[in-house]
Design a protein. Structure first.
Length: 110
C-alpha cells in the first residue's frame, strides 16, 4: 500500500509553476556543467602554449667584473641590466659587452 503522504509520481504534487522552475534549475545546472567543462578544456589546451613562451636569456659573452655579485637582473629590448650587491647598475648589450655603469648613491639622512 502506498504511503498517503508521498504521491506515486514525484511531479504529481507540484503545481505547474514549480514544475517549470524545477526544469529551469535542471537546465541551468546542465549549462553550468557544460561551461565548466569548456573552461577547463580551454585552459588545458591553451596553457601549455603560454607556459612554453621563451624566457629571456643572458647574453653568451656576459662577464661580471671581478668581485661583484648580482642582486637583480632586468631584461630590456636589446640590453640587460644587472644590479649588484655593491650598489651599481651594469647595463650590457646583446653581445654581452658592458655599455654603461651607474653608481647608486645612498640617500643621506635618518
Amino acid at each position: 500500500m502506498p504511503d498517503p503522504v508521498t504521491p506515486d509520481a514525484p511531479d504529481a504534487a507540484l503545481p505547474p509553476s514549480l514544475r517549470l522552475l524545477k526544469w529551469l534549475v535542471v537546465l541551468l545546472t546542465l549549462t553550468m556543467i557544460g561551461g565548466v567543462i569548456t573552461v577547463v578544456g580551454l585552459l588545458v589546451t591553451r596553457m601549455p602554449e603560454t607556459l612554453a613562451a621563451s624566457t629571456p636569456a643572458l647574453p653568451e659573452g656576459l662577464q661580471l667584473p671581478e668581485g661583484t655579485r648580482p642582486a637583480a637582473i632586468t631584461f630590456g629590448t636589446g640590453w640587460t641590466a644587472i644590479v649588484t650587491t655593491d650598489d651599481r647598475i651594469l647595463i650590457y648589450g646583446k653581445s654581452g659587452t658592458l655599455r654603461q655603469e651607474m653608481q647608486i648613491v645612498p640617500e643621506s639622512g635618518p
